[in-house]
Design a protein around this ligand. Structure first.
Ligand code: MN3
Length: 205
């Protein structure tokens, strides 16, 4: 059985950029529903229930066709949100941002942090409907990609060996209460709560 991981901080920690009510609904309702529906889809497939989530998402072809879409959507939802929570934190100035090796690589790859942010934002705003934006490292090259629904880089064959470094949820449920239809404002606000030390950890692992 898959279970909902607790939020690694209090619901209010990301205020004022991400509001408490959104965090409560997003984690307790939306993420919980992905976990519940994933478990429901896997009922009666005990050999699949014992597999790690990453395995299920990289081997969807091995999941029976009648539950494949459910596993893709809900397994993806569970994986994506579990990661997303850890990639946010209250801003802190106890480290030198520019000294992080991932930031140095970002500057090398995108010319500047601003250049990176612009490209990431363009992907976030260009994603029609619901989905995610990712910063990944493939063969030591940084790439920004976006995926529909609850898909993620694990499901994209050409980059399945890549490392996920950063993820942004651009579903309306991630921002609608506070920002309504203003996705661009949400993305701007979100930069304030990116947990760069967690990104660095993923980059160097
Ligand atoms: Mn979400």
């Amino acid at each position: 059985m898959f279970t909902l991981p607790p939020l690694p901080y209090d619901y209010a920690v990301l205020e004022p950029w991400i509001d408490t009510e959104t965090m409560k609904i997003h984690h307790d309702k939306h993420h919980q529903a992905y976990v519940d529906n994933l478990n429901k889809a896997l009922e009666g497939n005990s050999e699949l229930m014992d597999k790690p989530l990453e395995w299920l998402l990289t081997n969807l072809d091995n999941v029976p066709e009648n539950i494949r879409t459910k596993v893709r959507n809900n397994g993806g939802g569970h994986f994506n949100h579990s990661l997303f929570w850890t990639l946010m934190a209250r801003p802190n100035s106890s480290f030198e941002f520019e000294k992080l090796t991932v930031v140095q690589d970002i500057i090398k790859s995108f010319e500047s942090v601003d250049g990176f942010k612009k490209q990431f934002e363009a992907a976030a705003l260009g994603r029609f409907g619901s989905g995610w934006v990712w910063l990944i490292s493939v063969d030591s090259t940084l790439k920004i990609i976006d995926t529909p629904n609850q898909d993620n880089p694990l499901m994209v064959k050409e980059i399945a060996g890549g490392k996920i470094l950063l993820a942004l949820d651009v579903w309306e449920h991630a921002y609608y209460l506070k920002y309504q239809n203003r996705r661009a404002e949400y993305v701007q606000a979100w930069w304030n709560v990116v947990n760069w030390q967690a990104v660095e950890k993923l980059f160097t692992s």
